[in-house]
Design a protein around this ligand. Structure first.
Ligand code: MG
Length: 261
């Protein structure tokens, strides 16, 4: 697929279902990155999975032989930091429903998190991120916060997350449960939000037409890329098979079985 990849100078690459599954490298993905490096292409990894910090993603990839600096990892938290920087979100009265790792990471970024759930009435913003520790109390207090006027931010609106056992509930499914208790608008920090693709483009410092998005998810990677008018390539190594891709109204510019060079 060198002919295709050679057309572009920069790549926005998804992780789950593209580079790895359950953090195990998918065949051909390592050689694909080696090709990008050799051909002096720019690349960043853009994942909707915020359970780990950029530091941890960089470590997982580097340990499996995929070179990647901290600056090459983007998660929905990158978007959150930008929103706080732009004062679109105030850095106070924020409650976070996420993995403890993500909470620790947010604290390390000096984001002011309210940890006392009883303060739900004064909360202005909540951030929801699906995780294996998520429980009924989280769902209950997240719902109470939005009923009392808090803005709802989600690290993604993906309904499912691909694992080897199948597609399991992700942040979007939790958001749906919150919205069942109280109708509230959700601000998506992750893909397919235009804001995160704009940030990715800014990081690559390239023109739209010089960039290719590579992803396995039609609703996030491909839709987001299409909305941002960046060319998109669906790979069939994760969430989507060819039959689903053909049926979908969301059309990638290219479809590949895998990342074989
Ligand atoms: Mg994916």
């Amino acid at each position: 697929m060198i002919n295709l990849f050679n057309k572009f100078k920069g790549f926005i690459i998804d992780l789950d279902g593209v580079i790895y599954l359950d953090k195990k490298i998918i065949p051909h993905s390592k050689k694909f990155i080696e090709y990008l490096i050799k051909a002096e292409k720019k690349y960043i990894f853009l994942t909707n999975d915020s359970t780990l910090s950029p530091n941890e993603y960089s470590k997982i990839l580097s340990e499996q032989g995929i070179p990647c600096s901290l600056n090459q990892i983007m998660t929905p938290i990158t978007n959150l930091i930008e929103m706080i920087g732009n004062k679109k979100i105030k850095n106070k009265d924020i409650m976070v429903f996420s993995s403890s790792k993500l909470k620790d990471y947010l604290k390390s970024l000096e984001i002011n998190i309210e940890e006392n759930m009883d303060k739900f009435k004064k909360i202005k913003t909540i951030i929801v991120s699906g995780n294996l520790e998520f429980n009924y109390d989280d769902l209950m207090y997240a719902s109470l916060c939005v009923q009392n006027g808090a803005k709802l931010l989600a690290t993604s609106t993906d309904n499912t997350y691909p694992r080897r056992i199948g597609n399991v509930p992700a942040t979007g499914s939790i958001i749906a449960a919150i919205q069942k208790t109280h109708p509230v608008h959700v601000i998506n920090l992750g893909k397919p939000a235009k804001t995160i693709f704009a940030l990715a483009k800014k990081k690559l410092n390239l023109k739209k037409q010089e960039i290719l998005t590579v992803g396995d998810n039609l609703n996030t990677d491909i839709l987001g890329s299409n909305l941002a008018r960046i060319k998109s390539c669906l790979v069939l190594t994760g969430k989507t098979n060819l039959a689903t891709a053909k049926k979908s109204k969301i059309k990638p510019d290219y479809i590949l079985n895998n990342l074989k060079i």
